[in-house]
Design a protein around this ligand. Sequence first.
Ligand code: GAL
Ligand code: GAL
Ligand code: MN
Length: 243
Amino acid sequence: MKHRLLTLLFLIFFARIANAHSVGLLMVATGKYVQFIPQLIESARTYFCKGHDVHYYVFTDGNLQPAPDTTIIFQQRLGWPHDTLKRFSMYASHADQYQHHDYLFALDADMLFVDYVGSEILSDRVATLHPCLVNQRGTYETRSISTACVKADEGTHYFAGGFNGGSSKEFLKMACTITANIEKDLEHGFIALWHDESHLNRYFIDNKPTLILCPDYCYPEGWDLPYNPKLVALLKDHKKFQN
Ligand code: GAL
Ligand code: GAL
Ligand code: MN
């Protein structure tokens, strides 16, 4: 009897360990954006991937203390819009630091977790529906000079640039492809309409997401939308932060 109970407890314990994954969460916070990071990481410690092994990676030129669960990667400010446009190139450049994780996710710095986000997001290619453009065409880049160009007969969903991820392998593959495409555009002196978000949307047309998250995972603070916020995009004076 006692033996059986022990076996059962061991099996439960083993199942827990076996289901625990290691997850890296990447955030770019150059210039003034660094001020969002302490509260964002605090909220992630409370709500993000509980029961999994999570590590944070912050790309910044600001003053942040590393912690046992947080790695700081120096990234100089590039100026608007390069601070957002070049995010995938930053993720690709430092892959050796986090490619060992099972999953990698990236999010805007000016966000906050307000409810539990867990195993339900773990998939190979994870995209989040843009909260303001659900069931709409979306603001794709449509100029044919761009590698992000989406033709009139393409595109089913429009995804937000604020939260995406996947298995390490898939996420880093996406980061490399998007980096190369943005480079090609820049060679023509071209920047897509919504910067990295435009390229992300092109990528997800060519490489369908294996999981589409609803706008709960990119909910604009202060809006009255029919979703249940889990990850909130904070209201802020964008102009002030981009300077
Ligand atoms: C913004 C993004 C922020 C931060 C910034 C660059 O577009 O919303 O989260 O990444 O670029 O530091
Ligand atoms: C805005 C958002 C931008 C971009 C745009 C797409 O609401 O602030 O970052 O996603 O929608 O149309
Ligand atoms: Mn933002």
